[in-house]
Design a protein around this ligand. Structure first.
Ligand code: PHE
Length: 530
């Protein structure tokens, strides 16, 4: 099946083009906007360490699952799961049953909205088995892009403000007031949000090679260059080293169980995992690419970008004695105030917002591409129609998000619906979307993907896929590899060839990642206290 469809499907023009596009998807607002503020709120270095552990233990193995699933099936996430799902899967039935029972339970406790939703989900799993995971991924892409593009819209808006010299605040109180005023201005938010969606749609319109790949090849090097320039500026400010030490010295007393969960959710979000973005990008990869090395490179670049963003922001924040725990507004509140105190401040702020815009754009296009690829494969739509349709619907959903950002007053009916279904309380639609996608949908998607690859497709099938383009890399004895004895004849004794990269990966996706994610969930719903 995969051979027959490979001929028709568009592929990346080169290996480096693929890596840059995938790194572009991973490196986004998550790295430059979210990572610094959650690090700031959760005690700095200790949180960074936790996040790095989550990246290694869960991020890298799940990244390889998604890429190999995509390349093997040559399909969008829905088609990919459908192509491999067996006629009957006991595990899927078991999961479906648990969900149906939970749904009934919730109905009994008069939580009708969520109960009905779970019943529907359970029945869908009985009917469509694992394909539901792919479908949920595409839906998650919808949800994320609709609020992601609102934040990206703020970035564009702030860039123009910086150019016009409108960000010369004396203190953070002024900056906070301006931020609250701007984000409460519905037409300002919607205008720039639609502008961002339009930019994403233009790139995806061009297709895989001449749209996504071409732009990623231009934008990603530019992003790292800008980041480098801003770090140079930030680190040479007097007192900058306090910021560096905040980022790099772990204080374990600051690690809370909430921090662990945030680090896990963020690992998925920042690597674009759990919703099929990497499955979709993987479906455009040729059999010649080494998926092991590609995964490590993508994860490495993403982690580097997050740490560099931290190095760009915290030294500046500490040099001017600002608090690092400014929340989602950290960059918008603190950066303009800090930069104002140095020569050419407006220029640096504008440059920073260009950097954020580039990061957001290359991620936004990957989110849109997931939906577009699904529409193209499943509904046999042309690319242009799919872009038009999905772009418009997501833009409209984003408008809801932009409208209800500061208060629910404008959409009381929607508030009531979400209140009854999910118990959202007073948090905004925006917080709701962010919470449900980063803390629930992505880790759940990741859990299901690793269970699927580890137990349904099977590690043998997946490793056979990974072996294409990787020679015997997957089967190299890890100790020989690390010690540099790989070519030594004594080390090529098959009797000892047990601890290979492939074996370690298999153990991670069958046991370690699913157990770790499940524990995090049990904690999230309050059934387990760590
Ligand atoms: N990884 C992106 C970021 O860090 C966000 C994203 C999530 C993109 C999921 C695609 C899929 O900003």
């Amino acid at each position: 099946m995969s051979e027959h469809s490979e001929g028709k499907r568009e592929h990346w023009g080169s290996g480096i083009g693929f890596i840059l596009a995938a790194a572009g998807s991973a490196i986004g607002l998550g790295n430059i906007w979210k990572f610094p503020y959650i690090t700031g709120e959760n005690g700095g270095g200790a949180f960074v360490l936790l996040y790095l552990v989550c990246i290694c233990v869960i991020g890298i193995p799940v990244m390889m699952c998604e890429l190999s699933l995509g390349r093997h099936t040559q399909r969008n996430p829905i088609g990919a799961f459908r192509a491999i799902t067996p006629k009957t899967s006991l595990l899927a039935h078991l999961i479906g049953l648990c969900i149906v029972l939970t749904g009934f339970g919730l109905l009994c406790f008069q939580n009708y909205g969520l109960g009905a939703l779970l019943l529907l989900l359970g029945v869908a799993i009985f009917r469509y088995s694992w394909t539901v995971v792919g479908f949920a991924g595409v839906l998650t892409g919808f949800v994320i892009l609709s609020y992601y593009s609102v934040v990206a819209g703020w970035v564009i808006g702030y860039f123009f403000k910086a150019l016009r010299g409108g960000l010369d605040f004396k203190n953070t109180t002024e900056a906070v007031a301006e931020f609250t005023r701007s984000t409460g201005d519905v037409s300002w938010c919607i205008g720039f949000h639609v502008f961002f969606m339009f930019a994403c749609a233009m790139v995806v319109w061009g297709g895989v090679k001449s749209g996504i790949e071409r732009w990623s090849k231009i934008l990603m090097p530019l992003l790292f260059l800008l980041l480098y320039v801003i770090i140079l500026r930030s680190m040479t400010l007097p007192g900058a080293m306090k910021g560096v030490s905040f980022l790099l010295s772990p204080d374990f007393s600051k690690i809370s169980s909430r921090g662990v969960l945030l680090a896990l959710g963020h690992a998925f979000f920042t690597l674009s995992l759990g919703m099929g973005a990497m499955t979709t990008y993987g479906s455009y990869v040729s059999k010649k690419e080494n998926l092991f090395i590609s995964s490590l490179t993508i994860v490495g670049l993403d982690t580097l970008a997050a740490l560099l963003a931290g190095l760009a922001i915290f030294p500046a924040v500490f040099a001017f004695n600002q608090a690092p725990d400014g929340g989602p507004g950290l960059i918008f509140h603190v950066l303009p105030v800090v930069m104002n105190q140095i020569p050419l401040g407006g220029f640096w702020v504008a440059l920073f917002f260009v950097l954020m815009f580039i990061a957001a754009l290359t991620s936004g296009i990957s989110l849109l591409e997931v939906v577009v690829a699904a529409l193209m494969d499943e509904m046999k739509m042309s690319r242009h129609l799919a872009v038009l349709l999905s772009g418009t619907v997501i833009a409209l959903l984003g408008c809801l998000c932009a409208v209800s950002l500061d208060s629910w007053d404008r959409l009381p009916a929607l508030h009531q619906l979400l209140q009854q279904t999910f118990g959202v309380g007073q948090s905004s639609f925006f917080d709701f979307m962010d919470n449900i996608s980063s803390n629930w949908l992505l880790p759940l998607g990741g859990l299901m993907t690793s269970l699927f690859v580890g137990w349904i497709w099977g590690t043998r099938g997946a490793v056979n896929e990974i072996r294409h383009g990787a020679d015997n890399f997957a089967d190299v004895h890890l100790m020989s590899l690390l010690s540099g004895l790989r070519e030594d004849p004594h080390h090529n004794n098959p009797q000892y060839h047990v601890l290979t990269l492939a074996a370690i990966w298999g153990i991670f996706i069958r046991f370690v990642s699913p157990v770790a994610i499940t524990i995090a969930f049990l904690h999230l719903i309050g059934w387990m206290k760590i």
